[in-house]
Ligand binder design. Structure first.
Ligand code: HEC
Ligand code: HEC
Length: 621
């Protein structure tokens, strides 16, 4: 009977569906038109004054001074409450706020217009977002590990709030503190009352009174006992801090002042020039499923021809003033592209540099280059060693001419189309080649994929590496993951890891680029992938062996004002690891060597350039 019924009215049914669709569409368009954008700004304050993220120190009490070197957090679950008490969720919108890098504003989109009487949000993430695969997050999203730097855990999950700095107690000694709030159980909901007029695009200002975190009312006074928390179950410091933070955030309804914050992450409107030959074949970029998505340059699409040309140029001594030094001369493929055995580089003219040639690996995830981060793109970076008198000591027009005379024109046109050889195209080809040097074929990766197993000693090292040192909770890990965490084994940030004290080094590191005293002695965290073959170690190549590098963290750490809080909260000198634990760490670091990376790179020298890395990489699981 039913089938009869339906057969009789096919036309009317279709009309009905179409009608519903149209009505639905109109409704959607109407809702969209009736949605507004709300800009939220957070004014971080200490003792009633706006704080711009700089390294100033405050006296919280006659006996306690505090400075903050990092305050970053994730917000989610925004809900508006109307006068009838009805809640309006804003869906999967998240925000990343970094007081220390000036990212203190964000936008709530598609907010239904109206008047509201309350706004609620969560510091942290709901369970499903907290455990999503970081590789599924688009570049630029607040949850992308490289946007927020708060995703460190192998178990999955984000640190919702990182609050780090230094404190000086009654004894006058300066020590680090590091508060990390994380885990699903750590729920922090902030509720703000009052009228919210969202009938048109609007702005909401919040005030975050940071000193409340250590005010007497919070119950936390900074001491050795409370200097670190990682939110393990039952951690009292984390709970107290969570409560204090919720109270510290209020709505700022004082008359509008000049805006102090800017919305970050808006794509620049700079016009992009793309150069690519019509016949060039797209290069398939391959990587580990454990990696976040890289941010590849939109104006330099990877092609087989471009990558192959870049590889050829990397090995080409004609890029140097005396035709004797190639990039590969200092970045040797079988040493993870570091300079095997040489503490500091020696240039084409035999001159000594001051820094150790960096290993080149997984650069597609990096956005600041050199030990001090002075170059902000690979394309900009690669032309510098060519022109540097301490390195390849050549003038670009001469190099271009030299390449043209050596029959390179055709390879350039195959990659970039008519127009021949230019310095910009040279940089583009080298950028493409470097971007495709992805390493993820180590034994560590095999263990993660379930196709190999750690030895007991490696397993111990792995655990030490990824466990915090938290004596209060009886945990004595080595805390390496704070800076070398995640599958890329670096946070791509700049830190002072205690190589030198107040005196002892002429190399100011990051401070020479930013001009900020608070960046003195900070250097880019190197990835530890392939670290067993990239020695000597550190920016000046001071350590010959991994054993020495690990011993540094155990007993060689020098105190100084910029020493990273995560190291400054350890006992003087360092972690004081047992000999067995140091050996275990080294054993673990040795599992990060990727034989395929070395082999692929070696092959590139022996093979014709068309035997591309792509073919080798695509065979991987
Ligand atoms: C004379 C030795 C030498 C030569 C030749 C050389 N480099 Fe380097 N490279 C270095 C040193 C030293 C550093 C670190 C410099 C610093 O931090 O100031 C470095 C850093 C880099 C980095 C930064 C990596 C990172 O993680 O930030 C890249 C990329 C790089 N080199 C690529 C190249 C390319 C491409 C060439 C050839 C055009 C080249 N290098 C030639 C010694 C050299
Ligand atoms: C506070 C951040 C931080 C922590 C924690 C940290 N590192 Fe480092 N690590 C760095 C930085 C920054 C460098 C480079 C410093 C320089 O050259 O001036 C570095 C360099 C290294 C190097 C040399 C790599 C190379 O290519 O030169 C090794 C090895 C290393 N760390 C291992 C470890 C181990 C093992 C741990 C745990 C015991 C650890 N790190 C903890 C930041 C950190």
């Amino acid at each position: 009977m039913n089938s009869n019924h339906t057969r009789e009215k096919p036309l009317r049914r279709t009309t009905g569906t179409v009608l519903r669709l149209v009505v639905g569409l109109i409704w959607l368009v109407w809702i969209e038109a009736r949605a507004v954008t709300v800009q939220v700004t957070v004014d971080h304050q200490i003792l009633g004054r706006s704080w711009d993220g700089s390294a100033a120190e405050w006296s919280l009490s006659p006996t306690q001074r505090v400075s903050v070197s990092r305050l970053e957090y994730l917000l989610s679950d925004f809900v508006l409450i109307d006068s009838g008490g009805v809640e309006h969720s804003l869906g999967r919108q998240t925000a990343f706020v970094s007081a220390t890098s000036g990212r203190t504003a964000f936008e709530l989109k598609s907010v239904p217009t109206g008047m509201y009487t309350g706004l609620r949000f969560r510091i942290g993430l709901p369970t499903e977002l907290n455990h999503l695969n970081p590789a599924s997050v688009a570049p630029g999203d607040p949850l992308h590990p490289l946007v927020n730097g708060l995703h460190w855990n192998w178990q999955g999950g984000y640190v919702f709030m990182a609050l780090e700095g230094a404190w000086t107690g009654p004894d006058g000694r300066r020590r680090g503190f590091s508060h990390h709030l994380a885990t699903d159980a750590m729920q922090m909901n902030v509720r703000l009352g009052g009228e919210f007029d969202f009938r048109a695009d609007a702005a909401v200002r919040l005030r975050f009174a940071l000193d409340r975190c250590w005010a007497e009312s919070s119950g936390i006074t900074l001491s050795e006992e409370t200097a670190s928390t990682h939110s393990r179950a039952g951690d009292v410091v984390a709970q107290q801090l969570g409560r204090a933070i919720v109270e510290a955030i209020t709505r700022d309804r004082s008359p509008e002042r000049a805006p102090v914050a800017q919305v970050s992450g808006k794509p620049g409107s700079k016009k992009l020039t793309v150069e690519v030959a019509a016949t060039a074949a797209p290069f398939r970029f391959r990587m580990s499923g454990l990696f976040p998505q890289p941010k590849l340059p939109r104006d330099n699409p990877l092609t087989e021809e471009g990558v192959a040309l870049g590889r050829r140029l990397f090995d080409e001594p004609r890029l140097s003033g005396n035709n004797r030094q190639s990039c590969a001369g200092c970045h040797q493929s079988d040493s993870g592209f570091a300079d095997s055995g040489r503490p500091v580089s020696v240039g084409a003219e035999g001159r000594n540099g001051t820094r150790n040639a960096m290993a080149l690996v997984n650069l597609a995830w990096s956005s600041e280059f050199f030990w001090d981060g002075r170059a902000s793109s690979l394309r900009e970076q690669v032309l510098r060693p060519i022109q540097n008198p301490e390195e390849m000591n050549a003038a670009l027009p001469a190099v271009v001419e030299n390449l043209a005379a050596s029959g390179y024109s055709e390879a350039f046109e195959r990659a970039f189309g008519p127009g021949g050889i230019t310095a910009d195209r040279m940089a583009r080809a080298l950028e493409q080649f470097l971007l495709t040097q992805v390493s993820y074929g180590s034994r560590f990766d095999a263990v993660m994929n379930g196709t190999a197993q750690f030895t007991a000693e490696e397993q111990r090292g792995f655990e030490l590496f990824n466990t915090e040192r938290d004596p209060r909770r009886g945990q004595f890990g080595a805390d390496c993951f704070h800076c070398h965490g995640g599958a890329l084994f670096t946070d791509f940030q700049f830190h002072n890891n205690g190589l030198d004290g107040v005196t002892g080094s002429d190399d100011a590191g990051r401070a020479a680029v930013t001009g900020r005293a608070s960046d003195r002695l900070k250097f880019k965290t190197p990835s530890l992938r392939n670290v067993a073959v990239t020695g000597p170690y550190m920016h000046d190549g001071r350590f010959q062996t991994l054993e020495q590098a690990v011993a540094h963290y155990s007993s060689g750490v020098h105190a100084s004002p910029t020493l990273d809080p995560n190291l400054a909260r350890h006992p003087e000198g360092g972690l004081q690891l047992s000999a067995d634990d140091q050996r275990a760490l080294v054993a673990f670091l040795r599992t990060l060597t990727d034989p395929r990376y070395a082999a692929a790179a070696r092959e590139s020298v022996a093979h014709p350039v068309t035997a591309t890395l792509a073919e080798m990489i695509q065979k991987e699981p």
